[in-house]
Design a protein around this ligand. Sequence first.
Ligand code: NAI
Ligand code: A1CAB
Length: 274
Amino acid sequence: MRIAFVGTGNMGSALLAGILAAGQDAEEVRATTRSAESAAQLGSRLGVPTIAVEDDTQANRSAVAGADLVFLGVKPWMLAETASELDGALPDTATVVSMAAGVDLATLTSHFPHRPVVRIMPNTPSSVGHGVISLAAADEVPAATIDELTSLLGGAGLVVRIGEEDMPAMIGASASGVAFFFQLAEHMVAAAVSQGLEEETARRAVAATAEGAGRLLADSPDPAALRSAVTSAGGTTAAGIASFAEDGLAEIVARAVRAAGDRSLQMEAENREG
Ligand SMILES: NC(=O)C1=CN([C@@H]2O[C@H](COP(=O)(O)OP(=O)(O)OC[C@H]3O[C@@H](n4cnc5c(N)ncnc54)[C@H](O)[C@@H]3O)[C@@H](O)[C@H]2O)C=CC1
Ligand SMILES: O=C(O)[C@@H]1CCC=N1
């Protein structure tokens, strides 16, 4: 399968790394970035032919020529101009896959009429094959295309087929959600350091704890049961959990997850045509 990545930054390159590690032939991929420096870095890191728009104004058009699948990894507000740029270069049969957080399927379809259009919402652990990739497709996308795409993306992580109405919740729970875990890790490191632990030790301990927690959750996705197994009555964990409850952690997290989803809807409105 011939694949183009138009705009291959943090998210595009993470997804591409996961797909390549799962066996996609790098020679069948074309990637683009804006700067020559980032194109050179990506090309040498992933072994994929990468062209910079800065070096070649036709880079995006050349990359999509002959492609079966075109991933769009530019910023949401750049989608409209990227679509115009690709006009006439995109093969009639190409499936367009957007990872933009703030562009809905209707807007994508208006940018790419007569093409199958799929919206995905990946997260950065895709680079190590442990991403979550939510996928919503326009009604007219053939089932075989979705199956093929699901199989390809499966190399980067868990693919979850959803209706577009669930996209905001999935953004809060996974695409942005992964950053919420990182933020908790940052605060845990800082707290341990403030109690005298050496920073490098704290970072390693928190990272290994996160990995261990992730593995247990992957085996048995019931966080409440796993928490309960750590929490002895009247013990140390119970003291920490009580402190969380007193400070309203559940509401804090609910507000953050909702804020991320709400922002995606706001961006969709900003990026909607007309
Ligand atoms: N970073 C994340 O965790 C996630 C990002 N997304 C979505 O992924 C998209 C990209 O976000 P990031 O990777 O974070 O941004 P980024 O800034 O790291 O990547 C954007 C890429 O586009 C390239 N670019 C800029 N202008 C270009 C042009 N004219 N032609 C071709 N390439 C061009 C840049 O060189 C860069 O490689 C956004 O739409 C975002 O909503 C979705 C889920 C998660
Ligand atoms: O922050 C953002 O807008 C992107 C989309 C989801 C995660 N990162």
